[in-house]
Design a protein around this ligand. Structure first.
Ligand code: FES
Ligand code: FES
Length: 159
C-alpha cells in the first residue's frame, strides 16, 4: 500500500484535515472518507458528470481529480450547495417539471445548471443543452431538465 499524505482543505465551509492515499480520487474521498454521498460515481472516466463538484468555484469531475490535488482548495459538494439555499429554485423547478426520475444524475446536473446560470443569466435552450451535454441522464430524455433550467433563468431574470 502506498504511503498516505495529509491534506487540509475546506469542504462546504468546514476545514478538513485527512490522510489520503495518493491515488484516491476526489469523489471517492468525499464519499468514503467524509460520507458525502450526494456526489455519485458512474463511469469513473470523466464522461457522465455524475461526480461533478466545485473546486475553488469551478465545476470539475470528481473522478478525474485526486484528493491530494485538493490540498488547500475550497471544495463544494451538492450537500453544501443545497444546504446554503443557493439552488433551492433549481431544485423546486426540477421537482415541479419532473426533471428527475432515479435522481442519479441530478446532483451533477444541478451543479452544472447553477454554474451556467451564474455566468449566463439568460441562456438559450441550445446553450442549456450544450452546458448539460457532459451530464448523462438515462431517465428523462433531457427535455424536462432543459425546461426546468430555462424556467429558473426566466424567474431569476424577473427578480
Ligand atoms: S463518474 Fe466522473 S464523469 Fe462519470
Ligand atoms: S434521473 Fe435517472 S439518470 Fe437522470
Amino acid at each position: 500500500m502506498s504511503e498516505r499524505c495529509d491534506i487540509r482543505l475546506t469542504v462546504n465551509g468546514e476545514t478538513v484535515i485527512e490522510a489520503v492515499e495518493p491515488r484516491t480520487t476526489l469523489v471517492d474521498f468525499l464519499r468514503e472518507q467524509l460520507a458525502l454521498t450526494g456526489s455519485h460515481v458512474g463511469c469513473e472516466h470523466g464522461v457522465c458528470g455524475a461526480c461533478t463538484v466545485r473546486v475553488d468555484g469551478v465545476i470539475v469531475r470528481g473522478c478525474l481529480m485526486l484528493a491530494a490535488q485538493c490540498d488547500g482548495a475550497k471544495v463544494e459538494t451538492i450537500e453544501g450547495v443545497s444546504d446554503s439555499g443557493q439552488i433551492a429554485d433549481l431544485q423546486d423547478a426540477f421537482e415541479r417539471r419532473n426533471a428527475l426520475q432515479c435522481g442519479f444524475c441530478t446532483p451533477g446536473m444541478l451543479l452544472t445548471a447553477q454554474d451556467l446560470l451564474s455566468s449566463n443569466a439568460a441562456p438559450s435552450r441550445e446553450k442549456i443543452r450544450e452546458q448539460i451535454s457532459g451530464n448523462y441522464c438515462r431517465c428523462t430524455g433531457y427535455q424536462a431538465i432543459v425546461d426546468a433550467i430555462e424556467s429558473v433563468a426566466q424567474a431569476r431574470g424577473r427578480k
